[in-house]
Design a protein. Sequence first.
Length: 133
Amino acid sequence: MLKIEHLGIVVKDLEASNALFTKLLNREPYKMEEVPNSDIVTSFFMMGESKIELFSSETPDIQRYLEKKGEGIHHIAFLVDDLQSEIDRLISEGFKPIMKEPARGADNKMVFFFHPKSTNGVLLELCAEIDAK
């Protein structure tokens, strides 16, 4: 793992949260986008070498999460060089995947998630840059 790529924060109202974090961090988000095939909308704030990702969605999974836990830190994402080898390594170490295979995520990344029950209650995301070709 190379670094913490981002902290994912789930929010009810992305526009209001962008305004709040713009005041808090004294900077605008550098990017907003819809995640392909997911009904999730994100915005990113750059903080040194890492990012803060705010995201919202009307999907049932995210709505249940918000009802149960409320807004706040949802996941931590680590940047990796070789996504599949890190997935294989973590599975061999006993970490439980949520996904069957990596998927395209926000910010030009391929992503893969591990279940919080196997990571001391923290939803873990691995992400790798998609080659620009």
